[in-house]
Design a protein around this ligand. Structure first.
Ligand SMILES: Cc1cc2nc3c(=O)[nH]c(=O)nc-3n(C[C@H](O)[C@H](O)[C@H](O)COP(=O)(O)O)c2cc1C
Length: 182
């Protein structure tokens, strides 16, 4: 994809990512949402790439709390912190299911596929009967889910000397970059 087609915030993000290097932890992001009981929830997930210029992908288990919470309230905030550039990106968006997810399953390593065959996340563990329902073919289980996060707003804070910098982009403003007080 041509860099010039990307919104400016995507170009900034790309620069932060390449400075950070290739560690697996550089793809760990935090997602925040509101539970069915109106409580705040936050957890780490792996960033799985872009569906298009402004839509992130994550994988999860349909049996998890986040999945059912996000079904009832699709609002999400993603936090992505880059240590080397002291940059904090906050993405506001809406979540929906990517229906045609076969290719994402097929591209996973077998070791990663295993986790979707374990008993439901969050249930009390039963060590005697806690066996994986893994089959030999590792065919895609029904609980595998790819979620799309369609981003509407980006807030970047960069800790710099002598002044910190903060920028906001909104889809509704055609991704115009606004510099704001940090
Ligand atoms: C480094 C790291 C990466 C994780 N990646 C994912 C992920 O990609 N998808 C996911 O559903 N959970 C991931 N988790 C687990 C979630 O943070 C969470 O604990 C789990 O999904 C249970 O969430 P629940 O509260 O929705 O049941 C990851 C946890 C860690 C520590």
């Amino acid at each position: 994809m041509n860099n010039m087609d990307l919104p400016l915030w995507r170009q900034r993000l790309k620069a932060s990512q390449s400075k950070e290097g290739k560690l697996a932890s550089n793809r760990w992001i935090q997602i925040a949402n509101v539970s069915k009981n109106n409580q705040p929830r936050v957890r780490t997930v792996v960033f799985r790439g872009w569906l298009d210029n402004t839509t992130m992908l994550i994988y999860t288990d349909k049996r998890s709390e986040k999945y059912t919470d996000l079904e009832s309230n699709k609002n999400i905030e993603v936090l992505w912190l880059f240590f080397k550039t002291k940059s904090q990106y906050r993405f506001k968006g809406k979540v929906s299911e990517l229906e045609d997810n076969d290719k994402y399953w097929d591209n996973l390593f077998d070791k990663s596929k295993d986790q979707w065959y374990w008993p439901s996340p969050g249930q009390k563990i039963d060590l005697e009967n806690s066996i994986s329902s893994r089959n030999n073919t590792l065919s895609k289980p029904n609980n595998f889910s790819v979620l799309k996060i369609k981003i509407d707003e980006v807030d970047l804070l960069k800790l710099e000397q002598p002044f910190h910098k903060r920028y906001v982009w909104k889809k509704i403003d055609n991704w115009k970059c606004i510099e704001v007080n940090p």
